[in-house]
Design a protein around this ligand. Structure first.
Ligand SMILES: N[C@@H](CCC(=O)N[C@@H](CS)C(=O)NCC(=O)O)C(=O)O
Length: 205
């Protein structure tokens, strides 16, 4: 299968890290939706990344749906989101907080990236940044509770850890003003453990 999108996108990167953990065969096309929209559009009507193209040509869109499909393809022994029950709800909730944090960091970043200076609305940036801090604060408190274990308290890495670590490193890169590595030391420690693993470092932004 082929993953489309650059690793600078946290949504693309969490899919890439997951592909590595799941041990699936994949290739990469670092197409940009802004510089090269047609190469994305032919597989995704929304022209967004990540987009995954399976070997038979079927395309998968939207990172949470892609991650769900990849878990199913890899099989129960490898899945990063438990198949059912409270453990699934727990991982899903933390993963949703992490991906919501990515959304908000992207929105804050896009405000200056795509608007001319006179049209940038600072209160909107601040609103999104507050939500980013809320999301990361929640993940940091879970990391504190988990100690040396993974985010949901288990000894197996899950999608919650993958998405949380990617959300933190992305935020650190695009909102350096927020000093997230200092403000959230427990999450930063978890993220450092993650980023030291080949599954993460081989798909660095
Ligand atoms: N909810 C989507 C978000 C994906 C997303 O925002 N991707 C960005 C790159 S970081 C993108 O394609 N932006 C172009 C656009 O939305 O116009 C997902 O989880 O896949």
């Amino acid at each position: 299968m082929k993953l489309i999108g650059g690793f600078g996108s946290p949504f693309v990167r969490r899919v890439a890290v997951s592909l590595n953990f799941l041990g699936l065969d994949w290739t990469h096309e670092a197409a940009s939706v802004f510089d090269n929209p047609n190469s994305v559009k032919k597989h995704n009507p929304l022209v967004r990344v990540p987009t995954v193209v399976l070997d038979d040509g079927e395309s998968l869109v939207e990172s949470y749906a892609i991650l769900d499909a990849l878990d199913e393809i890899a099989g129960d022994a490898k899945r990063l989101i438990p198949a059912s029950g409270p453990a699934r709800r727990d991982v899903m909730k933390l993963t949703a907080v992490a991906s919501g944090t990515m959304d908000k960091a992207v929105w804050a970043y896009y405000e200056t990236r795509f608007h001319p200076e006179e049209k940038v609305h600072e209160p909107w940036i601040e609103h999104n940044e507050e939500q980013v801090m809320g999301g990361l604060g929640y993940l940091d408190s879970c990391a504190k509770k988990a100690g040396q274990r993974w985010l949901t308290g288990g000894d197996q890495i899950s999608q919650a850890d993958v998405s949380a670590a990617v959300a933190l490193s992305f935020t650190n890169r695009v909102r350096s003003n927020l000093n997230v590595m200092d403000v959230f030391p427990n999450l930063a420690a978890l993220s450092a453990r993650c980023e030291a693993m080949d599954e993460f470092s081989s798909v660095a932004p």
